[in-house]
Design a protein around this ligand. Structure first.
Ligand SMILES: NC(=O)c1ccc[n+]([C@@H]2O[C@H](COP(=O)([O-])OP(=O)(O)OC[C@H]3O[C@@H](n4cnc5c(N)ncnc54)[C@H](O)[C@@H]3O)[C@@H](O)[C@H]2O)c1
Length: 418
């Protein structure tokens, strides 16, 4: 069995996402499992390839040599640098990955593309749709493999929901309610659990730019293309305290209330907030109501209620309601092992990059996410519904192939995600 090394420069690896999700739970986990079997040989039972195995070699890139060295030593890695030019100029570096603060991304991606590296990136791809589409065009012209992280597609709860859709459980889907959010502490007394740049527009912060790219690919995958958006964004908390305990003025939105329309006729109400207290099972919940049944999917769970088990509610505030509504839903069982979504997507990307072939979730897909965020902001600013162009060759709903659900499980215990 031949081992092929693929050198991956990780920029922003000292950050929440860069360290926990992309380095530790993805690339290092892939190394621990022995690499990624390439599809150039027979794969026997237990995913042992008799062909080539792809083995990622991370190169840590960032601003602080001390912090990079500490991470490298902790994980037995040999290479780190504070010079992006150095890695981009090195012909042995195959892939550039960007998980920096959003405002630093566009220029770094442009340089990596010009250097001919395969590029993979966190979302949002850029701060504006024009810049994101320009990056995608440049990547296409360069003939590289390019991709964007779309981790929510791989959540266990979403995989279960997708199965219900594929099985025709819902009949005709009528509507969707997406509830996302939790209380992000202001940082005075209790430290904030998100970085302060998230609340500064000038640094690429704001919940619309952060979350609408996720909603675009997630909802399009499940329900087809979005055709219109009405949104109202808000800054509920105007003052927060940063990592050093210093107060700062919030210049970005921390909540958004939107209605999305789909070409299929489905309507979704989508609430996103970092100023809401959780009264749900999970931090993200997606309720789908159809003619034949309904379901509520979260990060891990997916509960459903079929029309034959739908109770008969009667409005009567004079008496206690005899129905225990939450108890009338059934959880889809955990009958398959589901790997960490970031890792699953890394495996797919590295396979395609090693082959030099296109990746399903490319920079054009990422740019469409930024575009929806931009339309939502425009809708809010102008106080009107904005139509969203439906691509001529709109991808069909539920494009995630079943083989993107690998067979091992990496438990996800601490945060780092939305
Ligand atoms: N896919 C997801 O679920 C998900 C979740 C959270 C964040 N993200 C995205 O990942 C990226 C990183 O987010 P994070 O939460 O890890 O942020 P973070 O603040 O924890 O990390 C940011 C990283 O960027 C580096 N950086 C480079 N230039 C910087 C600058 N001028 N100021 C501050 N930091 C700078 C930092 O050193 C650090 O390594 C963002 O683009 C964000 O949108 C994605």
């Amino acid at each position: 069995m031949a081992r092929k090394i693929i050198n991956v420069a990780l920029n922003g690896v000292t950050g929440r996402m860069g360290y926990r999700q992309h380095l530790v739970r993805s690339l290092l986990a892939i190394r621990e499992q022995g690499g990624i079997p390439l599809d150039d040989g027979p794969v026997s039972e237990g995913a042992v390839s008799e062909g080539t195995v792809l083995y990622p070699e991370p190169i840590l890139v960032g601003r602080s040599e001390e912090r990079l060295r500490a991470i490298a030593e902790r994980h037995g890695l040999s290479r780190w640098t504070t010079s992006l030019d150095e890695v981009l100029g090195d012909p042995d570096v195959d892939v550039y990955f960007d998980t920096q603060v959003t405002s630093a991304r566009e220029s770094a991606l442009a340089r990596a593309i010009a250097a001919g590296k395969h590029v993979y990136t966190e979302k949002p791809v850029a701060g504006s749709a024009a810049a994101a589409f320009a990056l995608a065009e440049a990547a296409r012209a360069e003939g590289i493999t390019h991709g964007v992280v779309q981790d929510k597609l791989f959540l266990p709860g979403v995989i279960k929901l997708r199965r219900l859709i594929r099985e025709g459980f819902f009949g005709r889907v009528l509507s969707v309610r997406l509830e996302f959010g939790y209380w992000v502490f202001e940082g005075e007394g209790v430290p904030a659990q998100r970085p302060s740049w998230n609340y500064r527009a000038e640094d690429g912060g704001g919940i619309v730019l952060d979350m609408f790219p996720h909603w675009q690919y997630l909802l399009e995958d499940l329900f087809g293309p979005v055709s219109a958006v009405y949104a109202r964004h808000a800054t509920h908390l105007p003052k927060r305290w940063d990592e050093a305990g210093e107060p700062y003025e919030v210049t970005a939105d921390d909540a958004a209330y939107a209605v999305l329309e789909f070409a299929s006729g489905v309507v979704a109400s989508v609430n996103s907030s970092w100023a809401v207290r959780v009264n749900r099972r999970e931090l993200l919940e997606l309720q789908v109501d159809g003619t034949d049944g309904s379901a509520v999917a979260g990060l891990r769970n997916c509960a459903f209620q079929h029309k034959v088990s739908t109770p008969l509610p009667v409005w009567n505030p004079d008496l206690p309601d005899p129905l225990d509504y939450p108890a009338m839903w059934t959880d889809v069982p955990d009958n398959m092992a589901i790997d960490n979504g970031f890792k699953a997507q890394w495996e797919l990307f590295l396979r395609d990059a090693a082959r030099g072939r296109p990746f399903a979730w490319d920079l054009f897909a990422g740019a469409r996410g930024v575009q929806l965020a931009e339309f939502a902001i425009r809708s809010s600013q102008e106080g009107r519904r904005v139509e969203v162009p439906v691509p001529a060759s709109a991808p069909p709903a539920t494009t995630v192939p079943p083989n993107t659900v690998p067979s091992s499980t990496v438990p996800s215990t601490t945060g780092a995600g939305a």
